[in-house]
Design a protein around this ligand. Structure first.
Ligand code: ATP
Ligand code: MG
Length: 254
């Protein structure tokens, strides 16, 4: 039971924080994951803790891209398993995307806990543990270079929420189309991905599923037009302007 009253002005943010802390206590989240959340929270504050126009545009483009993919894979780490396991499973089922567990700070015990959490939330097939299916992505030093040959290795579209810049770069170099969720529009991941959703993953994942449901009724040509009209650099620049405008508003003396 949460001790945070609903009326608390920062209730939502504190509830997300609680999810991470209990995820840490139950072995899903790495210590470093808690720090990553802190970095994200700071940017969320600057965004006004809401899904902005640019994020909505990126979410729509991401949905179109996932629906057009031959093979899309959702890469799951500890923070994602703690924050939105249900949504990951729903997105996977809605779009036929595979789920693969891929950890920056690799650790078998934590990986098993993440598998268990995803299964508890309805995941049937999860990749990332079968050593017979190991393949290596070049250009990454960390354990994350080990991927599943039927998952990330074979995918044309990889969804990597809360990713590290080096790996995003390596996935791009390997020819993958990368979709990320990252609250920091300035991070290397944000700047390197093909589609960057600058929003809290806890808000945006749900919207992405909704967009996938709506766009699944459209034909390929419509989806391709949505993608053609999307420019990640331009969208990131609009996002930075949203932050600027929000700060300008907040800087006024009432
Ligand atoms: P990069 O390696 O891409 O330059 P970084 O080193 O600054 O980024 P990392 O710790 O590698 O940061 O990645 C974590 C990223 O995830 C951060 O940019 C942070 O803003 C973002 N993040 C953390 N929590 C959330 C969340 N709940 N929703 C969306 N993004 C988040
Ligand atoms: Mg990093």
């Amino acid at each position: 039971m949460s001790l945070i009253p609903k009326s608390h002005p920062r209730a939502k943010s504190l509830l997300i924080r609680e999810k991470l802390v209990s995820g840490f206590d139950s072995g899903l989240v790495a210590k470093e994951g808690l720090l990553a959340q802190g970095r994200g929270e700071a940017f969320d504050y600057l965004l006004g803790e809401k899904t902005g126009k640019s994020a909505k545009t990126a979410i729509k483009a991401a949905a179109a891209q996932i629906l057009l993919a031959k093979l899309s894979v959702i890469s799951v780490n500890g923070n994602i398993a703690a924050l939105c396991p249900k949504e990951v499973v729903r997105l996977s089922k809605q779009t036929g995307s595979k789920i693969e567990v891929n950890l920056f700070y690799s650790n078998e015990k934590r990986k098993n806990a993440i598998f268990k959490e995803l299964k508890k939330n309805g995941a049937k097939e999860i990749l990332g543990k079968n050593s017979a299916a190991r393949a290596t992505l070049s250009g990454i030093d960390s354990a994350r270079r080990i991927v599943d040959k039927n998952g990330i290795f074979a995918a044309d579209v990889v969804i990597v929420p809360l990713e590290d810049g080096d790996r995003t770069m390596a996935l791009r170099k390997a020819g993958k189309i990368v979709i990320t969720f990252d609250l920091n529009p300035l991070s290397r991941t944000s700047q390197t991905a093909n589609i960057t959703i600058v929003d809290n993953v806890t808000r945006a994942m749900e919207l992405l599923i909704k967009n996938c449901i709506i766009l699944s009724k459209k034909n390929k040509k419509t989806l391709k037009t949505i993608l053609k009209n999307f420019n990640n650099k331009k969208n990131l620049s609009e996002n930075i302007n949203e932050i600027k405008n929000n700060l300008t508003k907040r800087s006024r003396i009432a």
